[in-house]
Design a binder for this molecule. Structure first.
Ligand code: ATP
Ligand code: MG
Length: 469
């Protein structure tokens, strides 16, 4: 039976909704505050939560993570009669199912309840993340579970996938996991590192060559793209692909055919493409350094891997996993961790993410080689200093990139929140407009149709940002 939780002020809407839910045979409970919501989520996790955006003791936007971490992973609908566009965006980005105005009639409410129930049923029967092969991906936080959910969806489809994330967040590991869980797992997973393609050989490396195509080509050779036939082609550091090659590659992506260097006939390759980058490709498109049409093709599905500082609750599991691996390699018994050791690790910001964590753990294992338990003293000294200093900093978090007064000078550059919002908003608006013009190949008519802006408004905005068209 679907369990519905309604958190709203006193009033007819919540009672009407409760009536509709009971009529549909659902189990209903009600409350009026954020703290009541959290208590109910902890004691009897609901399947669906309808919650008002303005409650006396806070905003539901601040507790979405906590709600989603409940074992039932509730579906959340936020009612916001006087909401703002920013809050709507924040709600959706943080996993709310909907952020909308209160339904006004019994008919609308019943329709809404039935839709959510249908979604829950279909989602649960499709949620096979438990059966997914993790191939060494560690982490069970809601954030990590959401990423695994994306891996599952990507593996079940044959869409092009773009994986983004800071350095060391596991882009290559996740790409391999998608391949291993896909129907292509029996064939090759071919990695192309776009930073390491020598200009003179790049075409032959990717497309292969025929015998005698150039001096030294004494026999024909398949390129990497052909080697990925029936398998997966992984383009790593995609943002580094030179512009002329982007054009060639776009064609290969569309046709899945290409001509080897010196060859007469085109060759076919049925590959699935996964690409990864730690660059902001949208911004590169806006700056004319990456082709918009290629980005559009690459990201039929996009997986954004979170930085480690956004899911510190996974650090213990990662430490157990990696220290266990190191101990096995050295043939020593697995080590235990003192509580302070894990506390230290969770107080750092990890700019190098999981890769940096693993390096640090490797160091700790070497430093505590003869001991049974790892203590903070086994961590690299610089890191201990940074973490120890952070205890005395205002925000109790270790600053990214070390201590050494960085934080104070960074603090001086901090803008007021209002100013920061304005700047970020203008940056985004400008980026949008540049993208828009690229996508509409400079045609104002098409740009107006795509953006749903009037001609006058569009011209006004282009003028504001000094964008030529
Ligand atoms: N969730 C995870 N569980 C276990 N290991 C992980 C996880 N995420 C990353 N790693 C490990 O961290 C290291 C870095 O991962 P990977 O090379 O995939 O990162 P990346 O995002 O491709 O980084 P870069 O942008 O620098 O190339 C690898 O050793 C990888 O196995
Ligand atoms: Mg990588």
């Amino acid at each position: 039976m679907i369990r519905v939780l309604i958190i709203d002020g006193e009033g007819s809407t919540s009672e009407m909704l409760a009536g509709c839910a009971l009529h549909l045979g659902y189990d209903v409970s009600m409350g009026h505050t954020i703290s009541e919501c959290l208590k109910k989520v902890a004691s009897n996790p609901p399947d669906v939560i309808f919650i008002d955006a303005e409650l006396p003791d806070g905003s539901p936007l601040d507790i979405l993570d906590e709600i989603h971490a409940a074992p039932s992973s509730p579906t959340v609908i936020i009612w916001a009669d006087s909401g703002t566009a920013e809050s709507a965006e924040r709600a959706i980005r943080n996993g709310a199912w909907d952020y909308t105005r209160k339904p006004a009639s019994v008919k609308e409410m019943t329709a809404c309840l039935t839709r959510v129930a249908q979604y829950r049923r279909e989602h649960q029967s499709n949620d096979g993340t438990a059966e997914i092969k993790r191939n060494g991906i560690v982490g069970n936080s809601p954030t990590m579970r959401a990423s695994m959910d994306m891996v599952k969806r990507a593996a079940d489809s044959d869409l092009n996938v773009l994986i983004t994330g800071e350095t060391g967040t596991g882009k290559e590991l996740f790409a391999l996991s998608i391949h291993l869980n896909s129907r292509r797992s029996q064939d090759n997973f071919v990695v192309v590192d776009c930073t390491a393609l020598p200009e003179t050989l790049v075409e032959s490396i990717l497309f292969g060559h025929s015998k005698g195509a150039f001096t030294g080509a004494d026999k024909a050779q398949d390129g990497l793209i052909r080697q990925a036939h029936r398998g997966t082609l992984f383009l790593d550091e995609m943002g580094e692909l030179p512009l002329p090659l982007q054009k060639t590659f776009l064609r290969v992506l569309q046709e899945h055919r290409f001509r080897p260097v010196g060859g007469q006939k085109e060759v076919e390759s049925d590959f699935r493409l996964i690409s990864a980058t730690n660059k902001n490709l949208e911004q590169m498109v806006a700056e004319g350094r990456f082709r918009g049409d290629l980005l559009y093709r690459l990201g039929a599905m996009t997986i954004r891997l979170p930085p480690l500082r956004q899911h510190p609750e996974d650090i213990r599991d990662m430490a157990v996993f990696y220290v266990g691996k190191v101990c096995r390699r050295f043939g020593v018994a697995p080590k235990k961790f003192s509580d302070e050791f894990i506390q230290y690790l969770t107080r750092y910001d990890w700019p190098g993410n999981v890769r940096e964590l693993f390096h640090v753990l490797e160091h700790a294992c070497a430093a505590g080689f003869h001991e049974e338990t790892l203590f903070p003293v086994h961590l690299p000294q610089e890191l201990r200093i940074t973490i120890a200093r952070s205890l005395f900093d205002d925000d109790h978090r270790a600053p990214v990139g070390g201590g050494n007064g960085d934080r104070r000078s960074a603090a001086q550059q901090i803008l007021s929140l209002k100013r920061f919002r304005q700047t970020a908003y203008s940056d985004l608006e400008e980026m949008y407009l540049r993208n828009l013009l690229t996508s509409s190949a400079g045609s104002i008519k098409e740009a107006c149709a795509l953006s749903r802006l009037s001609r006058t408004r569009l011209y006004g905005l282009l003028k504001k940002y000094n964008i030529r068209h």
